[in-house]
Design a protein around this ligand. Sequence first.
Ligand code: CMC
Length: 455
Amino acid sequence: MSDKVRAEVGGGHAPLGGSGSLEIRDTRTGKTYAAPIFEAGVVGDETIRGMDLRQIKVDSEDFGLMVYDPAFMNTASCKSAITYIDGDRGILRYRGYPIEQLAEGATFLEVAWLLRKGELPTKQEYDKWVHDISYHTYVHENVRTFMQGFRYDAHPMSMLCGTVAALSSFYPQASDIHDPQERNLSIIRLLAKVPTLAAFAYRHIKGLPFIYPDNRLSYVENFLSMVARMSEPKYEANPLFVKALEVLFILHADHEQNCSTNAVRAVGSSHVDPFSAVAAGIVALYGPLHGGANEQVLRMIEVINHPRNIPDFIAGVKGGKGQRLMGFGHRVYKSYDPRAKIVKRLADEVFQVVGIDKDLEIALELERIALSDDYFISRKLYPNVDFYTGLIYRSMAFPVDFFTVLFAVARTAGWLAQWEEMLLDKEQKIARPRQIYIGPGERTYQSKLKPGGLK
Ligand code: CMC
């Protein structure tokens, strides 16, 4: 049996370096199996294939052993060459480049190219990429009128999700996902139009007229122009805000198999068009445990209201009643989130210019207590990227319910790179987990509405 498993694995799969094997003894049958252990070139990423366990059966009628892993705590759903995270050491790299270096020197669109293509763009490639994205920033006028149909108090994430999904009806040819040219055009359209839709959502909740894109501006400047421009003929953004947003977009651009990226991959695996797949990612990001946390951090700070209320709040978090310290903790990082370090430095720069945010004192005190409290230390709960971003966004005058939209604009780059990688991966199929059925066995239908049962 062990040879059979080995032969099957060695036969049809893309190479992951093999090293050793896992011997499994089934005490039900006394049989021993060997599942090859694969290394992906990075220490700590050793895996066995879930399908190898299927060989482990009590008899030939048996379906074979499955893995039960709710919330994918220990399951790799794909191989990816895009983003690398070492959660214990607080390392984040896009295509091998440390996030600190990219945040320091790159532009967001350069990073978007890198994520998708795997290498940094040449000057010529970059210029064309920027040109193409700038060229596609406008949306069909019907999208504009469609957005005006939302209630005045609609959440901008709902508006963004609805309109990105609606874009698929404007570009039906985008469903031809196996045509590289169509795929390229859809990717460019999404990168170009998501900021426009995000800015329109902002103007809608503010009751302001929509501002059309200004394609002479950079990606970030154009976005800020669509958000903030009033009557001035050409909008000139505060250079510090441009720099801060460029860095924040880079930090948020990708984060391997997080909840929303997994949603994009899973939905995209049905071979739906990328507008629909990205809309799924936006909805997943909206949740308070994921991208919605940046909004919740500010709401939490509003509730705390004053540093003197922090001890009570922390006691509530530790009390086990489900209250969480928002902006803390991460599935993968078990040390300080490297993005949070950069954001904290950036926040200092922004606050030096616009003044100290009134809630910064609460945030700093929360962080100080959490980093010295055994509850948080023992669970390795450190500030994540969302802890300080809200404070920066608010000091730039973005409304609280717009924070996650800013995250979505940036993450679109990662979603698209991951979506395309998934499509081109020959090992991927429609994402379809198994379940362990725990409901009733077969029983006879007997209506409780009309007596008599089956006729
Ligand atoms: N505050 C208080 N306790 C926490 C927190 C928190 N923020 N996060 C985790 N814990 C506790 C949790 O109660 C559990 O304790 P116990 O072992 O006693 O039951 C333990 O730590 C492990 O938590 P978990 O829920 O099993 O961890 P997870 O990997 O499933 O959840 C998380 C990760 C990010 C959802 C979670 O840490 C959380 O809810 N954080 C707050 C929301 C947040 O900031 N989300 C943004 C994440 S980073 C950016 C992004 O993804 O968008």
